[in-house]
Design a protein. Sequence first.
Length: 184
Amino acid sequence: MGEVTRRLRGWRAGSAQYRDAMKITETIEYAATPEQVFAMVSDEAFQDRKCVATGATEHQVTIAADGDRTVVTSERSMPTADLDLPSFANVGPALHVVEVQDWGPAAADGSREGRLSVALKGLPIGFKGALALRPGGRGTTETISGDLKSTIPLFGGKAEKAAAPGILAGIRVEHETGEAWLAG
Protein backbone atom coordinates (compact mmCIF):
# COMPACT_ATOMS: atom_id res chain seq x y z
CA MET A 1 0.00 0.00 0.00
CA GLY A 2 2.13 2.91 1.16
CA GLU A 3 5.71 3.51 1.92
CA VAL A 4 7.33 4.61 5.14
CA THR A 5 11.06 5.21 5.12
CA ARG A 6 13.58 6.68 7.48
CA ARG A 7 16.81 8.33 6.52
CA LEU A 8 19.48 8.70 9.15
CA ARG A 9 22.55 10.79 8.72
CA GLY A 10 25.72 10.71 10.73
CA TRP A 11 27.76 13.34 12.45
CA ARG A 12 28.58 16.72 10.99
CA ALA A 13 31.85 18.31 11.93
CA GLY A 14 31.40 20.57 14.95
CA SER A 15 27.77 19.67 15.63
CA ALA A 16 25.60 17.09 17.31
CA GLN A 17 24.04 14.20 15.45
CA TYR A 18 21.01 15.08 13.39
CA ARG A 19 18.26 13.03 11.81
CA ASP A 20 15.97 13.54 8.86
CA ALA A 21 12.22 13.11 9.16
CA MET A 22 10.34 9.88 8.55
CA LYS A 23 9.04 9.89 4.97
CA ILE A 24 5.49 8.73 4.37
CA THR A 25 4.03 8.20 0.90
CA GLU A 26 0.59 6.78 0.11
CA THR A 27 -1.23 6.57 -3.21
CA ILE A 28 -4.91 5.76 -3.22
CA GLU A 29 -7.38 5.38 -6.08
CA TYR A 30 -10.96 6.47 -6.51
CA ALA A 31 -13.45 5.38 -9.17
CA ALA A 32 -14.31 8.98 -10.04
CA THR A 33 -12.90 11.93 -11.96
CA PRO A 34 -10.48 14.34 -10.29
CA GLU A 35 -13.25 16.96 -10.34
CA GLN A 36 -15.59 14.62 -8.46
CA VAL A 37 -12.91 13.68 -5.92
CA PHE A 38 -12.05 17.33 -5.32
CA ALA A 39 -15.73 18.21 -4.93
CA MET A 40 -15.89 15.47 -2.29
CA VAL A 41 -12.81 16.49 -0.28
CA SER A 42 -13.92 20.13 -0.32
CA ASP A 43 -17.44 19.28 0.89
CA GLU A 44 -18.08 20.04 4.56
CA ALA A 45 -20.48 17.10 4.92
CA PHE A 46 -17.78 14.70 3.65
CA GLN A 47 -15.22 16.17 6.04
CA ASP A 48 -17.72 15.80 8.91
CA ARG A 49 -18.25 12.15 7.96
CA LYS A 50 -14.47 11.59 7.79
CA CYS A 51 -13.95 13.10 11.25
CA VAL A 52 -16.63 10.85 12.74
CA ALA A 53 -15.10 7.82 10.97
CA THR A 54 -11.70 8.54 12.54
CA GLY A 55 -13.25 8.26 15.99
CA ALA A 56 -13.28 11.96 16.86
CA THR A 57 -15.33 12.76 19.94
CA GLU A 58 -15.62 16.39 18.80
CA HIS A 59 -14.73 18.10 15.55
CA GLN A 60 -15.02 21.32 13.60
CA VAL A 61 -14.56 21.76 9.84
CA THR A 62 -14.03 24.94 7.86
CA ILE A 63 -13.67 25.26 4.10
CA ALA A 64 -12.51 28.57 2.70
CA ALA A 65 -11.53 30.00 -0.65
CA ASP A 66 -8.26 31.95 -0.61
CA GLY A 67 -7.87 33.39 -4.10
CA ASP A 68 -7.61 30.38 -6.43
CA ARG A 69 -6.84 28.06 -3.51
CA THR A 70 -9.26 26.02 -1.39
CA VAL A 71 -8.30 25.47 2.25
CA VAL A 72 -9.95 22.61 4.15
CA THR A 73 -9.31 22.66 7.90
CA SER A 74 -10.52 20.04 10.33
CA GLU A 75 -9.92 20.12 14.06
CA ARG A 76 -10.61 16.92 15.99
CA SER A 77 -10.46 15.71 19.56
CA MET A 78 -9.42 12.08 19.57
CA PRO A 79 -9.66 9.83 22.64
CA THR A 80 -6.26 8.63 23.85
CA ALA A 81 -7.38 5.65 25.93
CA ASP A 82 -6.63 3.11 23.17
CA LEU A 83 -3.58 4.84 21.71
CA ASP A 84 -0.12 3.43 22.16
CA LEU A 85 1.56 6.71 23.07
CA PRO A 86 5.17 6.94 24.22
CA SER A 87 5.73 7.62 27.91
CA PHE A 88 6.77 11.24 27.26
CA ALA A 89 3.40 12.00 25.60
CA ASN A 90 1.33 13.44 28.41
CA VAL A 91 -1.72 14.64 26.47
CA GLY A 92 -4.51 13.59 28.82
CA PRO A 93 -7.77 11.93 27.77
CA ALA A 94 -7.93 13.63 24.34
CA LEU A 95 -5.48 14.39 21.58
CA HIS A 96 -6.25 17.53 19.57
CA VAL A 97 -5.48 17.07 15.86
CA VAL A 98 -5.48 19.92 13.34
CA GLU A 99 -5.41 18.91 9.66
CA VAL A 100 -5.07 21.52 6.92
CA GLN A 101 -5.40 20.68 3.22
CA ASP A 102 -4.47 23.66 1.04
CA TRP A 103 -5.43 22.86 -2.57
CA GLY A 104 -4.38 24.81 -5.65
CA PRO A 105 -6.45 25.44 -8.77
CA ALA A 106 -7.42 22.70 -11.20
CA ALA A 107 -5.38 22.06 -14.33
CA ALA A 108 -7.11 21.46 -17.68
CA ASP A 109 -7.36 17.70 -16.94
CA GLY A 110 -8.85 18.32 -13.48
CA SER A 111 -5.66 17.46 -11.63
CA ARG A 112 -4.70 19.51 -8.57
CA GLU A 113 -1.78 19.88 -6.23
CA GLY A 114 -1.82 20.98 -2.66
CA ARG A 115 -0.15 20.98 0.72
CA LEU A 116 -1.08 18.98 3.80
CA SER A 117 -0.18 19.59 7.41
CA VAL A 118 -1.24 17.62 10.46
CA ALA A 119 -0.43 19.04 13.89
CA LEU A 120 -0.83 17.07 17.11
CA LYS A 121 -1.33 19.78 19.71
CA GLY A 122 0.62 19.18 22.88
CA LEU A 123 3.10 16.89 21.14
CA PRO A 124 6.33 17.99 19.46
CA ILE A 125 5.52 16.14 16.25
CA GLY A 126 3.73 16.88 13.02
CA PHE A 127 3.32 15.91 9.39
CA LYS A 128 3.90 18.23 6.44
CA GLY A 129 3.71 17.21 2.84
CA ALA A 130 2.25 17.42 -0.62
CA LEU A 131 -1.10 16.34 -2.06
CA ALA A 132 -1.80 15.50 -5.68
CA LEU A 133 -5.00 14.49 -7.48
CA ARG A 134 -4.37 13.09 -10.96
CA PRO A 135 -6.38 11.20 -13.57
CA GLY A 136 -5.31 7.57 -13.41
CA GLY A 137 -5.94 4.17 -11.89
CA ARG A 138 -9.68 3.53 -11.62
CA GLY A 139 -10.36 7.21 -12.34
CA THR A 140 -8.27 9.32 -9.98
CA THR A 141 -5.15 8.75 -7.92
CA GLU A 142 -4.49 10.80 -4.82
CA THR A 143 -0.91 10.86 -3.61
CA ILE A 144 0.04 12.01 -0.13
CA SER A 145 3.77 12.38 0.40
CA GLY A 146 5.56 14.11 3.21
CA ASP A 147 7.63 14.18 6.34
CA LEU A 148 6.61 13.07 9.81
CA LYS A 149 8.97 14.99 12.06
CA SER A 150 9.52 15.14 15.79
CA THR A 151 11.55 17.83 17.50
CA ILE A 152 12.43 15.70 20.52
CA PRO A 153 16.22 15.35 20.79
CA LEU A 154 17.41 11.72 20.93
CA PHE A 155 13.88 10.27 21.12
CA GLY A 156 12.41 11.83 17.97
CA GLY A 157 12.64 8.58 16.02
CA LYS A 158 10.64 6.77 18.68
CA ALA A 159 7.96 9.47 18.58
CA GLU A 160 7.78 9.30 14.78
CA LYS A 161 7.54 5.52 14.87
CA ALA A 162 4.67 5.79 17.38
CA ALA A 163 2.83 8.43 15.33
CA ALA A 164 3.24 6.88 11.84
CA PRO A 165 0.44 4.28 12.24
CA GLY A 166 -1.99 7.07 13.17
CA ILE A 167 -1.12 9.10 10.07
CA LEU A 168 -1.47 6.01 7.86
CA ALA A 169 -4.75 5.05 9.54
CA GLY A 170 -6.09 8.56 8.90
CA ILE A 171 -5.28 8.23 5.20
CA ARG A 172 -6.93 4.79 5.10
CA VAL A 173 -10.09 6.08 6.82
CA GLU A 174 -10.32 9.03 4.42
CA HIS A 175 -10.03 6.62 1.50
CA GLU A 176 -12.68 4.24 2.85
CA THR A 177 -15.00 7.12 3.68
CA GLY A 178 -14.42 8.58 0.21
CA GLU A 179 -15.19 5.30 -1.53
CA ALA A 180 -18.49 5.05 0.35
CA TRP A 181 -19.29 8.73 -0.35
CA LEU A 182 -18.65 8.38 -4.09
CA ALA A 183 -20.67 5.15 -4.27
CA GLY A 184 -23.65 7.22 -3.12
